[in-house]
Design a protein around this ligand. Structure first.
Ligand SMILES: Cc1ncc(C[n+]2csc(CCOP(=O)(O)OP(=O)(O)O)c2C)c(N)n1
Length: 375
């Protein structure tokens, strides 16, 4: 395995001193090392992976140097457009080193949402004409790969990718201190909101632990999962899935259980919710200021005013809760109001150590929900 310090030091000694990206569980120790050792001018956690390509391209334009963009392979879709129409040699020919965490690598067990992406990870790079290598777990070989990648980028001005398998990097102590100043746990908040929704209401929950905590809540209550659509992949799109349902089913309330990282990833979706203005739409953002599900790296969630954003784009109302009493009060109040409404719930970081994963398949989940929506 490769030590995160050695890896980053090698990049730096090859002239790569600027990083942007979206955190990934396989790159957890690299992301943690970068957060601990670089300031936020040299390590920018982007809204989405495509944005990170833009930032690294701008960095190159301003400095002539090469930046590194890190991402989970789930974010490959988000980078295809800027790779094809910005950095490609047929357009601006801008070099960037990609560091791609390979979830769902064929032969390695993973969750359903990673299987297809795992299969197409290197095929997409081939199709895009992007040179790559699979990062060796041997430090000496990895050091050589980095210098070859840098030579290639300097010579051609093209993008190069290092694809990272599971267990490539040594652990690095992660400062995932749940204490972000908030008192409510995300799981408690999820349970309080889920317990308050009407019999006919449905929930579209976002990627990561929010869906896992909702799933376990239904098990505990023996309620089945038919009211919930678990957006296990497709990070950042839960609010739009909820919008699609809400517009077609105006007689039931549709709740989106979003994360701050996911909401920020495709923040523009809120403007479309507001424009379509379904009266039955409630957007709940569980805001811990972190990408908690992949290691707790910071988002700008606690630095921005989501309620002001919601009102500015046209939501009918937006409320913030930071404790149980406020939340209970707001849940009661929001039932009397027309949507779209934003409920911003500030929560602690962290989760239960024994938190499980959905045991039903995505297809079962979809079919159960669709039958429920027909009732
Ligand atoms: C396009 C894409 N990029 C990255 C990921 C990896 N990923 C899964 S969950 C997650 C963090 C989600 O953070 P947030 O929405 O704030 O919810 P939290 O985990 O903090 O509850 C990330 C980055 C992904 N699944 N898809």
């Amino acid at each position: 395995m490769i030590g995160p310090k050695l890896f980053i030091d090698t990049l730096r000694s090859n002239g790569i001193c600027f990083f942007a990206g979206v955190p990934d569980s396989l790159l957890k120790s690299i992301c943690a090392y970068l957060s601990d050792n670089l300031d936020d001018k040299h390590n920018i956690i982007a809204a989405n992976e495509g944005g990170a390509i833009g930032i690294a391209a701008g960095y190159h334009l301003a400095t002539g140097r090469i930046g590194c963009v890190y991402l989970q392979n789930s974010g490959e879709g988000n980078i295809i457009n800027p790779l094809a129409s910005l950095t490609d040699k047929a357009v601006y020919n801008i070099p960037i080193l990609l560091l791609i965490g390979w979830r769902g690598q064929p032969g390695v067990h993973d969750e359903p949402q990673h299987i297809k992406q795992g299969i197409v990870t290197t095929a997409l790079l081939d199709t895009m004409g992007i040179a790559y290598s699979i990062l060796s777990k041997n430090e000496t070989v990895a050091i050589r790969q980095i210098s070859q990648a840098v030579d290639f980028m300097k010579e051609t001005n093209e993008v190069y990718a290092l694809v990272v398998e599971k267990d490539t990097f040594d652990a690095y102590p992660i400062d995932n201190n749940p204490n972000n100043g908030m008192v409510l746990s995300r799981e408690d908040a999820i349970q309080m909101v889920a317990a308050s929704i009407g019999e006919k209401d449905v929930i579209v929950s976002t990627t990561g632990m929010i869906s896992r905590e909702l799933f376990e809540y239904r098990i505990k209550r023996e309620e089945g999962h038919k009211r919930d659509f678990l957006t296990v992949g497709s990070m950042g799109h839960a609010s739009q899935i909820a919008l699609g349902i809400a517009l077609e089913q105006p007689n039931r309330r549709v709740w989106c259980f979003d994360g701050d990282g996911a909401a920020i990833m495709h923040l523009g979706g809120m403007a479309i919710v507001a424009k379509e203005a379904p009266r039955n739409y409630i957007h709940v953002i569980f805001n811990n200021g972190a990408h908690d599900s992949v290691g707790g790296q910071p988002t700008v969630g606690l630095d921005i005013d989501f309620c002001a954003i919601a009102i500015a784009v046209g939501y009918k109302a937006a409320f913030k809760a930071t404790n149980r009493t406020d939340l209970l009060h707001l849940l009661g109040k929001s039932k009397e109001l027309d949507g779209p409404i934003l409920l911003l719930i500030c929560v602690r970081k962290g989760s239960r150590k024994d938190l499980g994963r959905p045991t039903t398949t995505p297809i079962q989940n979809k079919e159960d929900l669709m039958s429920f929506l027909k009732e």
